[in-house]
Ligand binder design. Sequence first.
Ligand code: TPP
Length: 602
Amino acid sequence: MDHNDVRSKDIKSMSVSELDDYAAFLREKIIVVTRKNGGHLASNLGAVELTIALHYVFDMPTDKVIWDVGHQTYAHKFITGRGAMMEDLRCDGGASGFPSSKESDFDTFITGHSGTSLSMALGLARARDINGTNENIVAVVGDGAFTSGEIYEALNDLGDRPTPMIIILNDNKMSISRNVGAMSKYFNKLRVNKDFVAMKSNLKTDLNGLPFVGKPLVRALTGIKNKVKEGVVGNKFFERFGLKYYGPYDGHVISDIISSLELAKTSAKPVIIHLLTEKGRGLKDAELHPDAYHGISPEGESKLRSMSEVAGKTLCELAESKKIAVVTAAMTDGLKFNEFALRYPDLFFDVAIAEQHAVSFCAGLSKNGVKPFFGVYSTFLQRGFDQVLHDVCLNDLPVTFLIDRAGAVGSDGVTHQGIFDLSYLSLIPNLAIASPKDGTELRELIKFSVGYDHPMAIRYAKSYEIEFLAHEEIKLGKWETFIKCDSPITVLAVGRTNEIAVKIKNANIVNARFVAPLDSELLDSLSGTVITLEDNILHGGFGEEVRNYLYGKCKVINIGHKNEFCDIRNVKSAFEFSGLTCENIQKIVDNELLSLENSQKV
Ligand SMILES: Cc1ncc(C[n+]2csc(CCOP(=O)(O)OP(=O)(O)O)c2C)c(N)n1
């Protein structure tokens, strides 16, 4: 059978050597498509055998598999009939880089954020029991995701009322960078379990002589279950949560994974299967540098100027003279904090995938006299909302949030859009919110925040194109007018929308570098028509605040993203869709000028 035509049901009748060949085929496909379109190469290469084994053992989509984060589902997408869509992976119209129940019934949830799988699986399992049905529920979760607090909330609940479900711990020792924390150390200890080594070699010998064709494989596996059971060792930690622990097993030996899953399927108790996998498996460079290959850009992608690099460098400069600390929740690479981490290890804290903890931790640092900078992607700060509000802002603590990947993010799509932060942060009293127009302004804002004794958020996109010539001194709540002309139209632009604004003719152009507090003096001086631009949803955003302020005084036109989940996977297209283009805004300005002229004539 042509490997391109293989579907979930076909896998069940394949022999072990056919499954291995198919794994090699999928690996090649993943490498080719990811090189072309970018994506999570290393994580996907590590999950190929696991994915095949899951489709062998379970009857999806009746049986439900929940992939934590979901960035490791490329093989699953090929197996579930999305080969053609995968050619356009992460592009508009192609397959999403994450599970999407809109794409396929085989994807249970739309996901992209870490640590949610166990809670979702437990909900599915308890609903199954209420419904009186008997589908299997499986959560696939990485050792990185196992640092998320929500995992322990789910385990705590599961332990209280054990509910049959299968957790697969996909342990490759890596988060995006090397995994950190006590749990990661604990998994390392389990890795050297001697039972695993014994089982692996026994299994290999036994399996070599067996006729692995289709269902006979299952019978053969039943025959060697006792061997598998050798790998089923007691584990006090997981037993306390009501779980049976199986493993650790080699996560690249399909037959081992299948037999452990078959065994878990028969368990009346919840089970955790510990699989040891290698991130980047099968591609030498990715095996050697799994962090660099976690997420790769498409070949030949143009390199824009990096805001993240400016942030990382500025923090290094500051550490020379100020008592600061830099905190990340497992995003050192993306935030470009690597240099800081190397030069100032005592001032650097990677707290693992724990955004809520990171925010409260910063509250503690600042209360005790150290100035914390929490670098975080806009989309991941969403889960720390209450900690920002309650722990930092209510206590009026001088924590600075460096909110990277704000606005439309491009190919990661709907799960990662950073288009909500201005709305949810603007709700919070006591929080200054700024958005720089370029790298120089980002540097100046970071430095400003050191002398500002209250909470402050600085939000910026991953990259920028224009380095502006003029940079007025930063003052709290003060905007910067960089084009002043004799026009009744004023454009107020936030962050990278200044790159559009600066090309608009016949209007005053203002860089609204603070979204909170607003520049009331400047707003009070305005008349005529005001146009606001923001790379955020309109609902609760900057424009709405301005409109409320100028109510009854000026005509206000707000331009930003619609209040909907935006799955546009290209920043330029997202901007076009929302009318954030020079052409559209110039048209609005020209029309406004015309109608003002006409009204004066009348
Ligand atoms: C809440 C949240 N914070 C950060 C991220 C960014 N992120 C994506 S994958 C990943 C590492 C996940 O590691 P692991 O679960 O072990 O999966 P692996 O890539 O190793 O297969 C991180 C930190 C995220 N998706 N969600």
